[in-house]
Design a binder for this molecule. Structure first.
Ligand SMILES: Cc1cc2nc3c(=O)[nH]c(=O)nc-3n(C[C@H](O)[C@H](O)[C@H](O)COP(=O)(O)OP(=O)(O)OC[C@H]3O[C@@H](n4cnc5c(N)ncnc54)[C@H](O)[C@@H]3O)c2cc1C
Length: 413
């Protein structure tokens, strides 16, 4: 089938969107022996700026390796790992920990690389596994019935499928089509996110993850600096009444970046953006007929601290495909098929709700608006150099709680 004859074939499954969630779904489909067909609005060569989901957890690497042998290792190899994490409070070091070099064979605990590289590696693996991509196809509507789904694209072509994996991102047309609004708040403060190029000839900064509370050189704002393959990501936490333009204009960047990093970095800005982070989860992860399954940012948006966005989009997609496989195996038994999709929807909504709670804990910690939290942070900072646990707490709290026992048992978010 090709894009000009959209209605001629009915597909068991269509995937809408070729971001991390859609690519994971495509890999999972082909690993399960099902044809994988992806409809993607952008063209194959569209430039996607920004490091975005730079931090890939070990659980994601293991999942990629399972879906496409070699992919987890290749992705880990293209990324960067830091051995040292460090925190400061108002110019004073309050915590540092350096891990010994890994001795075990196998996949690392994490890797750090621009999201676009991860996506390109996943797309290459997809092609090797025979995934069919239709680039430049924008889905504009979806009609779900007890028998299946009819999609229409912006050129008026129609696409039919038994099931659809909706991986069309934060402004998901499919989420709107099934009438499942995103629910939850948005942070009031603005965050400035900057990518800086590294210069391979000159590494003036050690490869460390650094969180600086109340940085004295930027008016007491919090600053997180994270290395990734090829560059540095800096998150600056603006105050509620700051004008973001003052920080993201070329002059603004040249003013504050050299105050927190070696001077050369003021001229190495590759990408800059501002965010008020949404903390939202879709009301339902599937439609009434249980034919369209929401995954990734089509179903949830989290503040990035703790790296739960892309890292949970991968298991979303994998579980969606597992549910679809069970539903297809159920054949004419509609109740069993519907139950399989229903379990997916509940399980992943639970996971998203938990992930949002973790991201909220991280965000609350950073903004420290509640007086009790503000006092606790100050008290911990005061004793941090003497008491290791206080420093450890301040060092880890900006990323929220770790996996739950249940999530860890399944190895995913
Ligand atoms: C500044 C920033 C920092 C982040 N940092 C992290 C981090 O450190 N760690 C982490 O895990 N996550 C992070 N995230 C989140 C991460 O980028 C997202 O979670 C991830 O991209 C979600 O993947 P997705 O596939 O669901 O959506 P997307 O990546 O948005 O992909 C959706 C795809 O669907 C396509 N599409 C959209 N509409 C249609 C349509 N109608 N028809 C056809 N195709 C369509 C789009 O073109 C796109 O290719 C960050 C995000 C931001 C913005």
């Amino acid at each position: 089938m090709n894009a000009d004859t959209g209605t001629s074939t009915r597909h068991p499954v269509l995937v809408v969107g070729a971001g991390p969630a859609g690519l994971s779904a495509a890999l999972a489909l082909s690993a399960a022996g099902l044809p994988a067909v992806v409809l993607e609005r952008r063209t194959e060569d569209t430039v996607r700026p920004g490091s975005r989901a730079a931090y890939l957890h070990g659980a994601s690497l293991r999942e990629l390796e399972r879906l496409s042998p070699g992919l987890g290792h290749e992705t880990a190899g293209r990324g960067l790992m830091w051995a040292t994490k460090r925190s400061y409070w108002a110019g004073r070091e309050i915590y540092v920990r350096t891990y010994p070099p890994a001795t075990r064979e196998g996949l690392p605990h994490f890797t750090s690389l621009p999201q676009v590289i991860t996506e390109d590696l996943m797309a290459t693996a997809c092609r090797k596994q025979g995934v069919e991509f239709h680039w430049g196809v924008e889905v504009t509507s979806a009609l779900s019935t007890p028998e299946g789904v009819l999609l229409t694209d912006s050129a008026g072509r129609e696409w039919q499928a038994d099931y659809v994996v909706a991986a069309d991102g934060s402004r998901s047309v499919l989420r709107s089509a099934i009438g499942s609004p995103l629910e939850g708040p948005r942070s009031r403060n603005t965050f400035v996110v900057v990518d800086l190029d590294d210069d391979p000839e000159h590494h003036p900064m050690p490869i460390e993850r650094v969180f600086h509370y109340r940085h004295p050189n930027v008016g007491g704002r919090n600053v997180l600096t994270v290395p990734f393959a090829g560059g540095w990501r800096v998150d600056l936490n603006l105050k509620a009444d700051d004008d973001p333009e003052r920080f993201v204009s070329p002059e603004g960047l040249r003013r504050w970046i050299p105050r927190i990093l070696p001077e050369a970095y003021g001229e190495r800005v590759r990408w800059v953006s501002t965010y008020r982070f949404a903390q939202q989860v879709a009301a339902r992860f599937t439609d009434t007929h249980r034919r369209i399954l929401l995954t990734g940012e089509a179903s949830h948006l989290f503040a990035p601290f703790g790296a739960r966005g892309m890292n949970s989009s991968i298991p979303d997609a994998v579980r969606a495909v597992e549910a679809i496989v069970r539903a297809l195996e159920a054949g004419p038994d509609r109740a069993a098929a519907g139950a399989a999709i229903g379990r997916f929807a509940e399980e992943r909504k639970d996971a998203a709700t938990y992930n949002r709670a973790c991201a909220t804990t991280a965000l609350d910690h950073m903004l420290a608006r509640r007086p009790s939290l503000w006092l606790r942070e100050r008290a911990a900072a005061a004793v941090a150099s003497a008491g290791r646990r206080a420093g450890e707490w301040l060092d880890s709290a900006p990323y929220g709680p770790k996996l739950t026992a249940r999530g860890a048992a399944r190895g995913s978010y």
